[in-house]
Design a binder for this molecule. Structure first.
Ligand code: BTN
Length: 252
């Protein structure tokens, strides 16, 4: 255990999943700001039940337990804060400018460089102060591009060199500590949304959203205050999207 930018960091050589670990810790009442990182995950999880695999040391694999004071409807924003923090840290260390792809991927052009999994910790003791327990994990590709079918990229592939996972972790936590405090207040949340809107390549793009039972195509118009996506379909109907897979059909 060590402290880093106000976070308590637990570093593992190997773990099943840093998200799974923190969800268990949250159930036991672990505090806001507990962070878990691992050189290797044996059961890394992606969104929508997918697995997330990275060779040892090839990616920054990190999760944070945060207990912001907000309604569960706004929990998306916690993942947004993590995405923005990672984006800024990557740029500071490598000069690489990734953008956000809704909901929270980081991409360079169309290629994914980082994926985020945000989960509301179930059965966690709710704060009497109105806080909720959210675990957000991110995998940032440093020297791995992920499985071929993911059509991903890495900091190494984009810039010819990559910071170490530890270097990137330090910078990421410094960025996250600023944004963490913004999550508790409406003005801070509004500022985070404004930052996300300005860095989200999805807005203005033609998109296809694959949902459980349907496929929706249209233009991504805006991000709601709860970080949901408004899509205008070809018939002129507006849809509010909260989950689903999205691909960009045409750049804006
Ligand atoms: C996705 O794009 O599908 C989300 C991937 C999230 C991966 C990270 S790696 C650290 C943390 N632990 C996990 O098991 N998953 C997240």
């Amino acid at each position: 255990m060590s402290m880093n930018s106000g976070f308590e960091v637990r570093s593992f050589k190997e773990i099943d999943s840093t998200n799974t670990y923190l969800i268990e810790e949250a159930k036991q009442g672990a505090r806001d700001g507990l962070v878990a990182t691992a050189a290797f995950q044996t059961a890394g999880r992606g969104r929508q039940g997918r697995t997330w695999e990275a060779p040892e040391g090839s990616a920054l694999l990190v999760s944070a337990l945060l207990r912001p004071v907000m309604s569960p409807d706004e929990a998306h924003l916690v993942a947004t804060a993590v995405a923005l923090s990672a984006r800024a840290a990557i740029e500071q260390l490598s000069g690489l400018r990734a953008s956000l792809k809704w909901p929270n991927d980081l991409v360079v052009e169309a290629a994914k460089i980082a994926g985020i999994l945000g989960e509301i910790a179930p059965d966690a003791p709710g704060g009497s102060d109105g806080s909720i327990a959210v675990v957000v994990g991110i995998g940032i590709n440093l020297s791995t591009e992920g499985p071929p079918e993911a059509k991903g990229t890495s900091v190494l592939a984009q810039t010819g060199s990559a910071p170490s996972p530890d270097e990137l972790l330090d910078q990421f936590l410094a960025e996250l500590s600023t944004r963490r405090s913004m999550l508790d207040e409406p003005e801070g949340r509004a500022a985070l949304l404004a930052e996300a809107r300005s860095l989200m390549s999805t807005l203005g793009s033609q998109v296809r959203v694959t949902r459980q039972d349907s496929i929706l195509e249209g233009k991504a118009l805006e991000l709601t205050d709860g970080a949901r996506l408004i899509v205008l379909d070809d018939a002129g109907e507006r849809h509010v999207i909260s989950v689903g897979d999205l691909i960009h059909l045409r750049p804006r």
